[in-house]
Design a protein around this ligand. Structure first.
Ligand SMILES: Cc1cc2nc3c(=O)[nH]c(=O)nc-3n(C[C@H](O)[C@H](O)[C@H](O)COP(=O)(O)O)c2cc1C
Length: 170
């Protein structure tokens, strides 16, 4: 008997409600669309390290995303790890605006991908696999090059954006 057969139906609202308790970082996945020559991108909270050797990263993308097909046809993209204070960058890149980059400060990496200035880390990647993830695609990508800067991360929790706060053990 499969696990799917044993599992009760999970109500999407309940699923979302439980997952709101799990904070994430905020990563901007960006590329230059080869069809237009313009930058394109989206925000993902599902970004994470997958493998050290070889260096692989992963994240999931909703199948309804209009930005992902543009990034996918590039075959290469960057991940900018957003810093506390970059809330407006997060809002712009998670919007459905025609030109999400109009007020974003960025520069092109030597791999041809947009790096968001002021971020804490930049990871240039090439797409390795697009796997089935239900109503999402699970993206696996190879790391080409990484850079980092000092600062505090932008954190997403319970539908809100903010900074990280360290707390002592009780
Ligand atoms: C904090 C945050 C995390 C998000 N994480 C994801 C994610 O992991 N996967 C995803 O497909 N969309 C995620 N989104 C939504 C997309 O960034 C965005 O709304 C969508 O890509 C915009 O539509 P477009 O792809 O049609 O341009 C997230 C949005 C925010 C604000």
């Amino acid at each position: 008997m499969s696990i799917a057969t044993l599992s009760p139906a999970i109500a999407p609202d309940h699923y979302r409600s439980v997952m709101r308790h799990f904070p994430t970082g905020v990563a901007a996945v960006c590329a230059i669309d080869p069809e237009t020559g313009k930058p394109c991108g989206m925000i993902v909270g599902t970004f994470q390290a997958l493998s050290m050797e070889p260096a692989l990263v992963t994240f999931s993308v909703t199948r309804t995303s209009t930005s992902w097909p543009k990034i996918a046809r590039s075959g290469t993209f960057s991940v900018s790890l957003l810093a506390d204070g970059q809330q407006t960058v997060c809002k712009a890149l998670s919007s459905k605006a025609e030109d999400k980059f109009v007020a974003i400060d960025w520069e092109e990496s030597r791999h041809g991908n947009p790096h968001i200035n002021g971020a804490l880390g930049w990871i240039d990647c090439t797409i390795k696999q697009e796997l089935d993830g239900g109503d999402h695609l699970l993206i696996v990508a190879s790391v080409q090059e990484m850079q980092e800067a000092d600062g505090e991360p932008l954190v997403f929790h319970g539908g809100r954006l903010g900074g990280f706060r360290e707390s002592a053990a009780a």
